[in-house]
Design a protein around this ligand. Structure first.
Ligand code: MV4
Length: 422
């Protein structure tokens, strides 16, 4: 795009590839993220010293921090993403649900917003019936959730949920909804520009996860028909239009076994799994984010997926020992390549994976004309990917690619709970 870039990095990331690739780089502090990547004043100082006109927040850290976005707005540095009020509104999960309900987006039946007392919690559960799920308003991504299967457990679980939420987010607010058994996690990628145009880029299937950490994503979903895609896409667009959404965003849905879908959360950042959408739609999502931030228009044309793409998250974790982190020096690194293979990574041979951050070290994306071709190509690329010195999730992914149920596309969010690896 011809835009000069400035990387920020902590002392632990001095040797990361993003630092070498940027035109300039500024160290913003010691390894602990509170002293570097979460330290707003140091990031603003780095932007100011280098004369940066915009900040791309990526994912994680401050990417969905409304306060950081507001400070960018106040200092006239363009935060590449939606406005701070939008981030705050979507970060409040109970409020986001109300907003989507008002825009006629399907939601899971449940409480009308937050449930502030035990008496109200009992009333709500009695009216919707068990099983229910209690979720933290300030949560998301599975943190602070409790399932209630027996009316007698409401008191206990409600109290536990509030205490957990208070501890984790400094906000004990919770809401309640019917618990959907064996759902799939299917999300719609959207783009909105400053001129009111909103479009969707189809769905991603993200049901293969472990402890709410996604491990494998794909697009299209093996169960989403063109008709369902149109319905989910229209719902996501209706929700985004109601809030005049600007930037790249993701509308997460639960999809039940009957083909019914329900709004779950909206993410106001680019997601880790965005490459599978890029591969089947033929759009560079980060480029679109930057164009939107610069005031340019997106094309309104509806996008249809061509072929199939799968992403495996290669984490520095030991899948043979409960996926425990495995930081350290990469002594050998050979990445796969060739037609239909893409690797997004900051790692290389001799690079030291720091222990301070999460363990994602590479994203391996395989594309094919069909899902089967993508799976086969992924299987061989995983075999070809050599990483030594640290344990990785590669052997786990090979096992999944060989699994009969996975190959048939027959899975839901509980797939890994009874997946016998080893
Ligand atoms: C649910 C649900 C069933 N019913 N909500 C987990 C992450 C958080 N965003 C919401 N989650 C769920 N919400 C209702 N009403 C099941 C889950 C859930 C889940 C969702 C997506 C992917 C994996 C999951 C694993 C367990 C539970």
């Amino acid at each position: 795009m011809g835009i000069r870039t400035v990387a920020v990095y902590s002392e632990a990331d001095r040797d990361s590839l993003h630092v070498r690739f940027a035109d300039e780089a500024v160290c913003i502090g010691p390894p602990p993220s509170f002293e570097s990547y979460l330290n707003v004043s140091r990031i603003m100082a780095a932007a100011s010293i280098t004369g940066a006109s915009a900040i791309h927040p990526g994912y994680g850290f401050l990417a969905e921090n409304a306060e950081f976005a507001r400070i960018c707005e106040d200092t006239d540095i363009k935060f590449i993403g939606p406005g701070s009020k939008m981030i705050a509104a979507m970060g409040d999960k109970a409020l986001a649900k109300k907003t989507m309900k008002n825009a006629d987006v399907p939601i899971v039946p449940g409480s009308d917003g937050e449930v502030d007392t035990l008496e109200d919690a009992r009333k709500v559960v009695e009216s919707i019936g068990v099983p229910v799920i209690i979720k933290a308003s300030a949560g998301g991504g599975g943190k602070g959730m409790r399932i209630v299967r027996d009316l007698e457990d409401v008191d206990n679980q409600y109290t536990l949920a509030r205490n957990e939420a208070e501890k984790a987010f400094g906000n004990g607010a919770v809401y309640i909804e019917r618990y959907i058994e064996n759902p799939r996690h299917v999300e719609i990628q959207i783009l909105g520009d400053q001129h009111g145009n909103i479009t969707h880029l189809g769905e991603r299937e993200c049901s293969i996860q472990r402890r709410h950490q996604k491990l494998i994503e794909e697009s299209p979903s093996p169960v989403v028909t063109p008709e369902l895609r149109e319905k989910m896409g229209d719902a996501a667009i209706a929700g985004a239009e109601a809030v005049k959404y600007e930037g790249a965003g993701t509308v997460e849905f639960l999809l039940d076994s009957g083909g019914n879908f329900y709004f779950m959360e909206m993410n106001t950042r680019v997601q880790v799994e965005h490459p599978v959408t890029e591969e089947v739609i033929g759009v560079d999502i980060v480029r679109e984010q930057i164009r939107i931030a610069a005031g340019e228009k997106i094309s309104r044309r509806k996008a249809h997926p061509t072929g199939h793409a799968i992403e495996c998250r290669i984490n520095a974790e030991d899948p043979y020992h409960d996926f425990r982190p495995s930081p350290g020096v990469i002594t050998s690194f050979h990445q796969p390549g060739g037609y239909g293979i893409r690797v997004d990574t900051h790692a290389y041979q001799s690079y030291t994976i720091p222990s301070h951050y999460d363990s994602l070290i590479a994203k391996l994306i395989a594309r094919g004309k069909t899902r089967q071709e993508a799976v086969t190509r992924m299987r061989f690329a995983l075999e070809e990917f050599i990483i030594e010195g640290v344990k990785t999730t590669i052997p786990f992914h090979i096992k999944v690619m060989e699994d009969e149920r996975f190959k048939k596309g027959e899975f839901d969010t509980h797939f890994l709970e009874d997946f016998d690896f080893i």
